[in-house]
Structure formats: C-alpha cells, structure tokens
Design a binder for this molecule. Structure first.
Ligand SMILES: [Zn+2]
Length: 87
C-alpha cells in the first residue's frame, strides 16, 4: 500500500491512477486526491469527475469498484444509457 508523498495519507488505487494520469505515468511516489488537486489548482470533485471519465473510457489505471459512492455510480443507472427502462 502506498502513502501520499506529501501528507502521508493512505492512497487508493484510483488516487495512484490519477497521479500517473495527471502528473507522470512513471512516478514511483504519489499524491492523494487532496494534494493532487492542490498541486493542479483544481478541486477534489474535479479530480473525482476526471477519474469517473477515465473509468468510463476503460482506462486500466482506475477501478470502478474503488470509488467513493455517489450519484454518478449508483446501480441501475449507468451513464452509457443501459438500464434506462420505462418506469
Ligand atoms: Zn496527500
């Protein structure tokens, strides 16, 4: 398990993926979402949104099973349009 090189927080798979995606694919040490957002001058929700986009694109740096639960990932309602049956 990796820790954030700035604040020492435990990193999730997607945070490591985000660091690789936004900073450097070859990095050996990583930033958590908060530190990454600060470094990039964006907000943490911005990072989350980007991670969701990469997951939808099928990027292997990210895992859909390891994200914070939220409206965007609720079961039965996928952004791809599946499961949108009549009520
Ligand atoms: Zn951090």
């Amino acid at each position: 398990m990796s820790l954030c090189m700035q604040c020492g927080r435990e990193l999730t798979y997607n945070e490591i993926g985000a660091h690789k995606k936004f900073i450097n694919r070859g990095s050996k040490s990583f930033l958590c979402k908060s530190c990454l957002a600060e470094k990039l001058g964006v907000t943490v929700p911005d990072i989350d949104r980007k991670i969701q986009q990469f997951i939808q694109q099928g990027c292997t740096l990210f895992s859909a099973g390891n994200v914070i639960p939220g409206p965007a990932v609720s079961p039965g309602r996928t952004p791809s349009g599946q499961g949108e049956g009549p009520k």
